[in-house]
Design a protein around this ligand. Structure first.
Ligand SMILES: [Zn+2]
Length: 314
């Protein structure tokens, strides 16, 4: 049977195993909290249960992680465990395109200054745990880091030909978006896909400014854009894809409920959207479960969700 038909049947029949068997993308996944819970338990004996209620801020989330994950993923071995767990999660959920990568600061701090260690950690794990998953390796930038440091750390990354995208994340208000222009110009020269986290905590205008200033191809979250017709039109006209994580948005109190999630409004206004996991260890949903929960909430028809699935695979 055709993948699209199987996917729609999986939604209508609420058959999570059928949904899992269909190819999907995960384009918004922070690998260090994106691992498979059972895999981590089998390797370490540590059981990490996702949050049950809602958190109010990124500080709440950092507190939750400190309490529930602790130092499990610290150091190079910890990082490699997180990477393996992330690929195991991708394999079990039939994620055929996975965009993940390491923070530029981690090269010196965790991998002995050796970029090859980072690249091989991801490639070896990909091969060992999820050979059917196409890895799109990402360069990670933390928004609170000094631009001079980011430029220095990222040099080695830009010289490699195996990276596919860049993403800016962590505290959305840490520094003005313009600060990162020199980095994004370099990344554009290298023909990388340009992404940044924006419009999760910020406004529709923040989304537009980030896309214009950094010349973004895609936005991680970007849900605040739904508050402005002008910004939605801008995103639709420029075919800027939003990689959205609905359950993360609910559990971090960015939206009241899945039923009220602005992804519907964005979709109706012609904005290209995808559905992703963000941090499966924290929020608890695989990409398949995320699609099923969004379907159950009544936001989209099975056909529309299949279109959103295919948006991620393009
Ligand atoms: Zn994110």
């Amino acid at each position: 049977m055709d993948d699209s038909i199987r996917f729609m049947e999986g939604l209508i029949e609420k058959d999570i195993n059928l949904l899992k068997s269909v190819p999907k993308a995960d384009l918004h996944n922070h690998f260090s909290l994106g691992g498979n819970k059972d895999f981590i338990y089998s390797k370490t004996g540590k059981l990490i249960n996702p949050i049950s209620g809602k958190l109010k801020s990124m500080n709440d989330m950092h507190g939750w992680v400190a309490e529930n994950v602790g130092n499990l993923f610290e150091g190079m071995d910890g990082r490699k465990l997180a990477i393996d767990a992330c690929f195991q999660q991708a394999a079990e959920d039939n994620i055929t395109i996975l965009d993940i990568g390491e923070d530029v600061w981690a090269k010196d701090a965790l991998y002995g200054g050796n970029i090859e260690e980072i690249i091989s950690a991801f490639k070896n794990s990909n091969e060992a745990y999820a050979p059917n998953t196409k890895l799109s390796l990402q360069i990670g930038l933390s928004r609170h880091c000094n631009i001079k440091w980011l430029l220095g750390w990222s040099e080695d990354f830009f010289e490699q030909d195996c990276f596919h995208s860049v993403d800016l994340y962590a505290d959305e208000f840490a520094q003005p978006i313009e600060t990162f222009k020199p980095l994004y110009r370099k990344a554009k020269e290298k023909k990388l896909i340009l992404r940044a986290h924006v419009g999760e905590w910020g406004t529709a205008d923040d989304v537009m400014r980030a896309v214009e200033e950094l010349e973004l191809d895609e936005v991680q979250h970007g849900i605040a854009a739904a508050q402005s017709q002008k910004v939605m039109n801008f995103l639709a006209d420029n075919k800027i894809r939003l990689n959205i994580c609905p359950t993360s948005n609910v559990k971090l109190s960015r939206v009241d409920s899945l039923e009220k999630h602005p992804i519907r409004k964005l979709f109706d206004n012609g904005v290209i959207v995808t559905i992703n996991s963000d941090d499966v260890l924290v929020f608890g949903n695989s990409v398949s479960q995320e699609f099923l929960d969004v379907y159950t909430s009544g936001l989209f028809t099975a056909e529309e969700l299949n279109e959103i699935r295919l948006n991620g695979l393009k």
